[in-house]
Design a protein around this ligand. Sequence first.
Ligand SMILES: COc1cc(/C=C/C(=O)SCCNC(=O)CCNC(=O)[C@H](O)C(C)(C)COP(=O)(O)OP(=O)(O)OC[C@H]2O[C@@H](n3cnc4c(N)ncnc43)[C@H](O)[C@@H]2OP(=O)(O)O)ccc1O
Ligand SMILES: O=C(O)CCC(=O)C(=O)O
Ligand SMILES: [Fe+2]
Length: 358
Amino acid sequence: MAPAISDSQNITDFVVKKGNGIKGLAESGLQSVPKQYIQPLEEQMDMQNIVTNEFIPVIDMSIGDDDDDHNVVKLICDAAEKWGFFQVINHGVPVEVLENVKVATNRFFGLPAEEKMVYTKENSVTNNVRYGTSFVPEAERSLEWKDYLSLFYTSEKEASAFWPKECKEQALEYMKRSELLIRRILEALMKGLNVTNIDAQTSSVLMGSKRINLNYYPKCPNPELTVGVGRHSDISTITVLLQDDIGGLYVRGIDGKGWIHVPPVTSSLVINVGDALQIISNGRYKSIEHRVVANGSKNRISVPIFVNPRPKEMIGPLPELLAMGEKPIYKQVLYSDYAKHFFNKAHDGKKTIDFANI
Ligand SMILES: COc1cc(/C=C/C(=O)SCCNC(=O)CCNC(=O)[C@H](O)C(C)(C)COP(=O)(O)OP(=O)(O)OC[C@H]2O[C@@H](n3cnc4c(N)ncnc43)[C@H](O)[C@@H]2OP(=O)(O)O)ccc1O
Ligand SMILES: O=C(O)CCC(=O)C(=O)O
Ligand SMILES: [Fe+2]
């Protein structure tokens, strides 16, 4: 049932506490964005700042590693250094796996509020499964127009027992079928740093844990006033993002000023560098600020897989880079401390990485 939307406290209760999410509010016949969703002017997307003559690279993963002109390793490393973002096609993850996880995402968010409520931070039987809205509502000046389900992978057994049945199989299959691609991209990125021996320790730092998020952005009556996701960089090593065909993801341009759209490309996956890889590579690969705008006419979904260091791992510039004479620009930090720092504040662009500054 629709809340009395003139009452600010009622809206927060309805969306955040009662588990309706922003989806529930958007579907209640709302005519305008409530004031807690109105972003300060400087955070609203200024259409003048959209860059239309620069493009995030699209890399065809089916081309070889040997040909000098079409060397996939070089294309990946160049994109990670220059843009921090690229899309991949012919990546080996079957289209039906991607389609199934999109269907499962819609199925989960289509559940009644009471059924989603059991997965909120307050109610979930495990920290590894969390349904929520916005990013950190307690810490944010303005809320984001987004609901999410966040699933931290520890084991098949744990996922089987605790992940919601509406999406568990499809999310697991998407994770499993992306493993080769993830490995290939990380190996390429290490090759670009002249690190060719990826031992158990390096592997644990590069891909020792994974989190999959299902994001739901309902259509919004005044999209220009709010945001789907505010400016942030991911804290992963790399993120593999599946987006649907709506669009709305923008990436900071290389001059640090404008915003570049990441257009939906059929059957592609978006790959971006996260803070952990920027730190590990001693600043060579860039975790780039990005944001998602709200949409006035369509609902949108996206499904990122965050590939992370194992939480108990210390992260810092790779010893191999220091042995080659590089001066470290980041200190060693415990990755779970880094993640807690990120999750305890509102999105603030690229500021999270200051936590690892020397
Ligand atoms: C949701 O909207 C988002 C998300 C993102 C995400 C971008 C990424 O790059 S996610 C990759 C994250 N990396 C990991 O998950 C690494 C491994 N995980 C860990 O080390 C731990 O899971 C932990 C994150 C440190 C949590 O540790 P734990 O000891 O279990 O402690 P908790 O009490 O559960 O959490 C601590 C603190 O963080 C908040 N939090 C935890 N998980 C989430 C989550 N999935 N979403 C939001 N917030 C989370 C939690 O509320 C706690 O805060 P307190 O206030 O209670 O202290 C990008 C953009 C988005 O919009
Ligand atoms: O929805 C998207 O396209 C991106 C979402 C995002 O940046 C995130 O979940 O970290
Ligand atoms: Fe992100």
